[in-house]
Write a protein that binds this ligand. Structure first.
Ligand code: ZN
Length: 311
């Protein structure tokens, strides 16, 4: 692997010229009549991790880059701070003020619900209409579990959101921190178990399959990972801005030991998403000029050549 040291301008330029190698794109017939909409997805900033400032440095670098990139708004898929550290929320808020795009966060299992409501967003369960799409955001994480939970009240609210969207001819994207999709080793095996709301959610999904384009999640720190086996809806886990871990997914999927898709890139980063004209395209953007050289690889090198996935 060739190690490169690029300044920020070069890095951003590289991201444009070689992004195809770090790009996942899927046909989404239900998005045929949606005008292209571009937005950014960040996740798992984990401010305060290891009681040092490296997570904050990553978040600030990401903000700098996001301000220079296309995208109308930013989704943050949870774990704003690490292990509920309250002192980190004002630090997050002051960095966030530097963003020149609107940002919509949901809590993760590291975010205590009361602190999230106090410092980030008063009501975590809410929806945002952008372009022809309703983004349905809700909290399915709990501090005492890595699994996800969708309550009966939330099911009713989600179903109502879907029905309203149908009435207004909007497509739907669902965002919650913990994946709903069943998974097992080499993935984390953390998800919304059938007894905790998975079954009801998929019933709603089935009723709105022509409309529900995608579910976005964080939580796994696995880069871009996902599945499309519930109708045409894609379920995608998004990378952490703070750190990602190698779960051997590239080899396991190639060997038939794991299903779904994976983009072979694990540097701390975020996602540039484009949705519309029948496609969802996700580009992995590793952040900044890396202080730690082991992350800075040649984007055109063999290590990322097989990263194209989906058609
Ligand atoms: Zn998490």
């Amino acid at each position: 692997m060739q190690i490169l040291r690029l300044n920020r301008r070069q890095m951003l330029a590289a991201s444009v010229t070689s992004s195809a190698a770090l790009c996942w794109s899927y046909r989404l017939p239900a998005a045929e009549n949606v005008e292209p909409l571009s937005f950014i997805i960040v996740s798992d900033t984990h401010l305060g991790r290891n009681d040092n400032e490296s997570a904050l440095r990553n978040w600030r670098t990401a903000i700098d880059e996001i301000n220079q990139l296309p995208g109308n708004f930013v989704l943050h898929l949870g774990d704003v701070v690490d292990s509920g550290r309250e002192s980190q929320y004002p630090i997050y808020a002051s960095a966030r003020e530097l963003l020149t795009k609107p940002i919509y966060e949901i809590p993760g299992n590291h975010d205590p619900a009361d602190l999230f409501s106090k410092h980030v967003a008063e009501r975590p369960d809410r929806s945002i209409d952008e372009g022809g799409v309703r983004f349905v955001l809700f909290n399915n994480a709990r501090r005492d579990s890595h699994d996800g939970f969708i309550t009966a009240e939330q099911h009713q609210w989600i179903a109502r959101q879907c029905e309203e969207a149908a009435g207004e001819n909007l497509k739907i994207v669902v965002c919650c921190h913990v994946p709903i999709h069943t998974n097992k080793h080499p993935d984390r095996a953390w998800f919304v178990k059938p007894a905790n709301g998975q079954t009801e959610f998929y019933e709603t999904l089935r009723r709105h399959n022509d409309r529900l384009l995608a579910c976005f999640h964080g939580h796994f720190h696995n880069g871009i990972r996902g599945w499309r086996d519930h109708g045409s809806t894609v379920e995608v886990l998004c990378p952490s801005v703070c750190y990602n871990q190698n779960r051997g997914l590239k080899d396991r999927i190639a060997a038939g030991e794991a299903d779904g898709f994976f983009v072979d890139e694990l540097r701390p980063g975020f996602v540039l998403a484009e949705l519309g004209r029948g496609r969802l395209t996700l580009r992995y953007k590793p952040i900044g000029e890396e202080e730690n050289g082991q992350y800075a690889a040649d984007w055109n090198g063999a290590s990322v050549e097989n990263a194209n996935a989906g058609t």
